[in-house]
Design a protein around this ligand. Structure first.
Ligand SMILES: Nc1ncnc2c1ncn2[C@@H]1O[C@H](COP(=O)(O)OP(=O)(O)OP(=O)(O)O)[C@@H](O)[C@H]1O
Ligand SMILES: [Mg+2]
Length: 235
């Protein structure tokens, strides 16, 4: 059984149909990427999965349970965490407080262990534990957004453009950490405009164009696909 199964979802913003029947799967232990240009519907796909922009038709199934109609505020309890585009850390709260919020539905001593684990993954966050999130660099806030998502102990971690607006050396560090999180067993759905990073990190990928999947396959095959090279790899 896949961790995530998305079946023919459509999603609308008013009269605009942003998703026109998107299907994808994420298997146990996989990193799967969704690539595509501006406005292709990548973020909307993650928003539909997490209930922020509910699918108007189709199905979202997590580990065999239909979660299509689960509202966004309950989705964490079902095992999905999203580090959204633009990060959305709570600017006036400290790093530690942001991480605590990621675990707000949970109780018990494992929360402290999970914070320790996030600090091991991102030592920079430990150094900045008391710093206000809004005063940190873009890359540090991205680390915090991922750390906060992990604090929900998800079954599926969704990342929306973790490389956006971040210095290349920090992007590299973030991607190393994403690989580490995956080696620990986490299934990851990764949205990226930067297909180079995405296809390095993922085992499989889907290419989205104007709300439709136009191509999918192993990352190694997408990387050498002439259309992908032309449109997304700047070849
Ligand atoms: N809140 C909104 N209201 C109206 N239309 C929206 C809204 N959010 C997104 N859209 C439209 O839906 C389509 C898909 O947008 P989406 O944000 O999913 O694209 P994306 O692939 O994530 O793009 P980007 O790479 O620029 O982040 C676009 O045409 C966009 O203009
Ligand atoms: Mg987006």
């Amino acid at each position: 059984m896949p961790v995530l199964e998305v079946d023919e979802i459509r999603a609308h913003y008013g009269s605009i149909e942003a998703l026109k029947g998107v299907s994808l799967t994420v298997e146990e232990g996989e990193v799967v990427t969704l690539i595509g240009s501006n406005g292709a519907g990548k973020s909307t796909t993650l928003r539909a999965i997490s209930g922020l922009t509910p699918a108007s038709s189709g199905r979202v199934v997590l580990e065999g349970r239909d979660i299509t109609r689960v509202p966004a505020h309950e989705i964490a309890g079902h095992g999905i965490a999203l580090a959204p585009e633009g990060r959305h850390c709570f600017a006036r709260m400290s790093v530690r407080e942001n991480l605590d919020l990621g675990a707000h539905r949970r109780r018990g001593p494992e929360i402290a262990q999970d914070i320790e684990r996030v600090f091991e993954l991102f030592p920079r966050l430990r150094e900045r534990e008391r710093q206000k999130a809004g005063t940190m660099s873009g890359g540090e806030q991205q680390m915090l957004a991922i750390g906060r998502a992990l604090m929900a102990r998800p079954r599926l971690l969704m990342l929306d453009e973790p490389s956006m607006g971040i210095a290349p050396f920090l992007v590299q560090r973030i991607y190393e950490t994403i690989a580490q999180i995956n080696r620990d067993g986490m299934a990851i759905l990764l949205v990226e405009q930067n297909a180079n990073y995405a296809l390095d990190a993922a085992r499989r990928g889907y290419v989205l164009e104007t709300g439709r999947v136009v191509l999918s396959g192993p990352a190694s095959e997408l990387r050498v696909d002439p259309e992908v090279q032309r449109a997304y790899l700047g070849a």
